[in-house]
Design a protein around this ligand. Structure first.
Ligand code: SAM
Length: 253
């Protein structure tokens, strides 16, 4: 793409959520608060480190599905590693920006609209790597979504999510002396304010759920992943990852 075309796209498609870099000094300025922009450095570093560990130094030819790709920030990063990337999102307005970002970056990525809730049927295939970043805590039926994500994952899925504080204990189960332990909790979150305001990051319904770390691991196992692990953030991680309020989790088929 020519410089003037990129400048025009940056201007016309804003406001932007990410700091996309196109070279030649061309970049987008994210509309999110400056102190939050760093979150993407941490997430990208953690994704790249997990990818390098799993696929080695060459991810050339690896197939990748970016689920809830937004403006394609992570899709483009994976394409730069030589992966064949397909990316999907529920919002056409996000996909329009993602298509521009990919083209301006010289990345060959196919984008399509869809919902996580119907992923398995829509895709009809598996991918070596699936990215499920920043989406789980925006959906109202996390188990349905994780089953769908599992169905399209051939080898490894990277999940990034907000988590709520762990709640442990046990509940009575049919009689006072019969009990069952909790396997973690799901918090119910009201996102109707953002949803009704047309926010581009929410789920497709105003109700969201947020898992505790143990609930996340338990749900991943129930969804068909044989092993899953919450990854250790780097020493300079964004404050939420450093404090364990957001996690990056790797899950294997
Ligand atoms: C918070 S953003 C995260 C974007 C990106 N994956 C990241 O980690 O930076 C959530 C994205 O998921 C999309 N999304 C939310 N619910 C979805 C659903 N049920 N199916 C598909 N996409 C969804 C939104 O449109 C938005 O682009």
């Amino acid at each position: 793409m020519q410089t003037d075309q990129i400048e025009k796209g940056i201007e016309e498609l804003g406001p932007w959520f990410y700091a996309h870099e196109f070279g030649r000094g061309l970049k987008t300025t994210p509309a999110i608060p400056a102190q939050v922009v760093r979150i993407h450095d941490t997430r990208l570093a953690m994704v790249q480190s997990a990818v390098a560990e799993e696929f080695g130094s060459s991810a050339q030819g690896i197939s990748c599905l970016d689920i809830g790709c937004h403006e394609g920030f992570y899709s483009v990063a994976m394409a730069r590693h030589g992966m064949h990337v397909i990316a999907m999102d529920a919002r056409e307005e996000n996909l329009n920006r993602a298509r521009f970002v990919a083209e301006a970056s010289g990345a060959d990525i196919r984008f399509h609209q869809g919902r996580v809730e119907t992923l398995a049927q829509d895709e009809g295939r598996t991918y070596d790597l699936t990215l499920f970043l920043g989406v789980l805590y925006h959906v109202e039926d996390p188990m349905l979504c994780l089953r769908q994500v599992s169905a399209v994952t051939g080898r490894m899925c990277l999940i990034e999510t907000q988590v709520v504080d762990e709640v442990e204990g046990s509940t009575e189960w049919g009689a006072q002396e019969w009990t069952r332990p909790y396997k973690g909790i799901l918090a119910l979150i009201d996102e109707s304010g953002e949803f009704d305001a047309g926010n581009r990051e929410t789920g497709v319904t105003p109700m969201a759920t947020c898992p505790s770390p143990k609930a996340l691991l338990f749900m991943l196992r129930q969804a068909g992943f044989v092993r899953s692990e919450i990854l250790t953030p780097p020493p300079d991680a964004y404050e939420q990852h450093a404090r364990g309020k957001r996690v990056v989790c790797a899950a294997w088929k």
